[in-house]
Design a protein around this ligand. Structure first.
Ligand code: NDP
Length: 500
C-alpha cells in the first residue's frame, strides 16, 4: 500500500473495500447505502457511447506532419510553412462493419487526420480511395442503408448493394476500386490516403486554388485476396489493431508522403468543358496527367494512444475544421459532411466534444458558447460573456477572412450526374490492371453478387460492358465459373450425405 495510490470514489474520498459489497450479515441482502457499489454498476451501464453509424470500427495513432517543400505560393496556412512540424492524430476505419466487425474485410477504409496547428485544428477526413460511391449527400443515407443490415433478416444484403449500385452508375468507379486488389489492404500502413473531396487553399495575395490532398504510403501497397483475408479473419478479427499498434510499439513508424494537386480558381470551367467532369464531383479524380502531384512533406505515426476509448473512440473529426489558408469548395458531398460530422459528434459525445483532450486544439480557444453538458474549461472573463462587450472579451480578426468565392448561380436541384460520363475513369483504372488483377476483380464481383436477382445482375453487367468489353465479359465468365463450382460443390455434398 505504501507506494500505491489510494483508491477513491469519483468524488475523491478514500475507499475502504473494493472486494465485498455491504450486506446484512455474511449471507444477507445488499444495502442501498453501499453507494460505491451502486456508483460502480451505474458507471458500467454508461461505458458505451453510441457507435458511429459509419466508420464504427477504427484504429489510430498520434504522429507528426513535417513540411519539407515550399507550397506557400498556393496557401498561406501556417501548417504548410516550409519546415513546419505539426502534431497530429490519424484514425483509420472500415465503413460498414460495426465495432466488433473483423478488420480484414473488403471495404473502403476511412483515413481521418487531425492536425493540431498553431491556428486551430485542421481535420482532413478522407478515405483510402480518391473517389466515393455517390456525389450528392441526398443519396448518402440511402447508400449507407444498403451497406448495413436488412431490416427483417438483420443480415447484410448483396441484393440491396447491387440494386443501389446498378441504379446509380456514378458508383461504378468506387465499386471497381473496392472489388479490385486494393479492396482489402493488409493493414492501415499499406494503403494510400486521400482527402477525396476538392477543397480550396489560398495564398497571401488572396488567390484561391482548388486542391486535392494525397498521402502515399511509403511502406508500399500490400493487399489480401479474399482467401487470404478469410484465413486472417479466422485467426483474428483484430488484425489491423495488432499490426498498427505492434509496429509503433516496435519503433517501426509508418510514413506517408503528402502531395497536393492544385487547380487555379476559374480553371474548373475549362476542366469541365474539356473532360465533361465537374472538378467538384466526388465520384471523379483529377487525372495526374492534367494536374500532377506536388510534394508537400511527410506524415509519420510514432505514438500509440494511452487509452483507446478517450483517444480514438472519442476522437471527433470534422471536415468543417479548417484553418486560415484552407477552405471548402462547392463539392456537394463536402457541403453535406460539413453539417453531418459535427452533428454526429454532438449526438455521440456531447455538446462540448471539442473540449475533450484528444479533440482540444493546442492553440488557445476563446469563444462565447456557454454552459450545456460538461462544459470543461469554459473559464472566460466573467464579465465578457456576450459579444460585443466593453470588458476585454475576445474579438474577431478580419485579417483571416478568406477571399470571396466566385461561385454564384441560380438555386435549384440540379442533376449533373445524369449528363456525366461515369465510364471513362473506371476504364482508365481497368486498363491499368494486368490479367491477374482483372481476373481477381471479376471473381470478387461474381462472389459479391451471389444470390442477387438476375435483373439486377443484368443491369450492373450493362454498366461493366460500357466501361470495357473485357470487364463485362470477365464478370459474366466469373459468374459462370462460380455457378458451376457451386453446383459441383452441392452435388458432392449430397453424394457424401447419401453415402453416410
Ligand atoms: P495515373 O496513371 O497517373 O495513376 C493514378 C494513380 O493510380 C496512381 O497514383 C496510382 O497510385 C494509382 N494506381 C495504380 N495502380 C492502381 C491500382 N491497381 N488500383 C488503384 N489505383 C492504382 O492515372 P490517372 O491520374 O489518369 O488516373 C487513372 C485512374 O487511376 C483513375 O481513373 C482512377 O481510377 C485511378 N486513380 C487516380 C488517382 C488520381 O488522383 N488521379 C488516384 C488514385 C487512383 P500509387 O502510385 O499509389 O500506386
Amino acid at each position: 500500500m505504501a507506494d500505491r495510490e489510494r483508491l477513491t470514489t469519483t468524488a475523491g474520498a478514500p475507499v475502504s473495500s473494493n472486494q465485498n459489497s455491504k450486506t446484512v450479515g455474511p449471507r444477507g441482502p445488499v444495502l442501498l447505502e453501499d453507494f460505491q457499489l451502486i456508483e460502480k454498476l451505474a458507471h458500467q451501464n454508461r461505458e458505451r457511447i453510441p457507435e458511429r453509424v459509419v466508420h464504427a470500427k477504427g484504429w489510430g495513432a498520434f504522429g507528426t506532419l513535417n513540411v519539407t517543400e515550399d507550397v506557400t505560393k498556393y496557401s498561406c496556412a501556417k501548417v504548410f510553412r516550409p519546415g513546419a512540424k505539426t502534431d497530429m492524430l490519424a484514425r483509420f476505419s472500415t465503413v460498414a462493419g460495426e465495432q466488433g466487425a473483423a478488420d480484414a474485410e473488403r471495404d473502403v477504409r476511412g483515413f481521418a487526420l487531425k492536425f493540431y496547428t498553431e491556428e486551430g485544428n485542421w481535420d482532413l477526413v478522407g478515405n483510402n480511395t480518391p473517389v466515393f460511391f455517390v456525389g450528392d449527400p441526398y443519396k448518402f443515407p440511402d447508400f449507407i442503408h444498403t451497406q448495413k443490415r436488412h431490416p427483417r433478416t438483420n443480415l447484410r444484403s448483396a441484393t440491396a448493394m447491387w440494386d443501389f449500385w446498378s441504379l446509380c452508375p456514378e458508383s461504378l468507379h468506387q465499386v471497381t476500386i473496392l472489388m479490385s486488389d486494393r479492396g482489402i489492404p493488409t493493414d492501415p500502413s499499406r494503403m494510400n490516403g486521400y482527402g477525396s473531396h476538392t477543397f480550396s487553399i489560398w495564398n497571401d495575395q488572396g488567390e484561391r486554388f482548388w486542391v486535392k490532398f494525397h498521402f502515399k504510403t511509403q511502406q508500399g501497397h500490400a493487399h489480401f485476396v479474399n482467401e487470404e483475408a478469410e484465413k486472417v479473419i479466422a485467426k483474428s478479427r483484430e488484425s489491423y489493431q495488432e499490426a498498427l499498434y505492434g509496429m509503433i510499439e516496435d519503433g517501426r513508424f509508418p510514413k506517408w508522403t503528402m502531395y497536393i494537386q492544385v487547380m487555379p480558381e476559374g480553371e474548373e470551367v475549362q476542366f469541365e468543358e474539356k473532360t465533361g467532369w465537374s472538378a467538384f464531383d466526388l465520384t471523379k479524380v483529377w487525372p495526374h496527367g492534367m494536374y500532377p502531384l506536388i510534394k508537400v512533406g511527410e506524415m509519420e505515426l510514432n505514438r500509440n494512444p494511452e487509452n483507446y476509448f478517450s483517444d480514438i473512440e472519442q476522437s471527433a473529426f470534422n471536415p468543417s475544421n479548417v484553418v486560415p489558408g484552407i477552405g471548402f469548395s462547392p463539392d456537394k458531398m463536402l457541403q453535406g459532411r460539413l453539417f453531418s460530422y459535427p452533428d454526429a459528434h454532438r449526438y455521440r459525445i456531447g455538446t462540448h466534444y471539442d473540449a475533450l483532450p484528444v479533440n482540444k486544439p493546442k492553440s488557445p480557444v476563446h469563444h462565447y458558447h456557454r454552459d450545456g453538458e460538461m462544459p470543461f474549461g469554459l473559464r472566460t472573463n466573467p464579465d465578457a460573456y456576450y459579444e460585443p462587450n466593453s470588458f476585454g472579451g475576445p474579438v474577431e480578426d478580419p485579417s483571416v477572412e478568406e477571399p470571396p468565392h466566385r461561385y454564384a448561380g441560380q438555386v435549384g436541384r440540379y442533376d449533373f450526374r445524369g449528363e456525366t460520363d461515369h465510364y471513362s475513369q473506371p476504364r482508365a483504372l481497368f486498363e491499368m490492371f494486368d490479367a491477374g488483377q482483372r481476373e481477381r476483380l471479376c471473381a470478387n464481383i461474381a462472389g459479391a453478387m451471389q444470390g442477387v436477382p438476375q435483373f439486377i445482375v443484368d443491369r450492373q453487367l450493362a454498366h461493366f460492358d460500357k466501361v470495357h468489353a473485357d470487364y463485362g465479359a470477365g464478370v459474366r465468365k466469373a459468374i459462370e465459373v462460380q455457378t458451376r463450382d457451386d453446383a459441383e460443390a452441392s452435388l458432392s455434398t449430397s453424394h457424401s450425405a447419401a453415402a453416410e
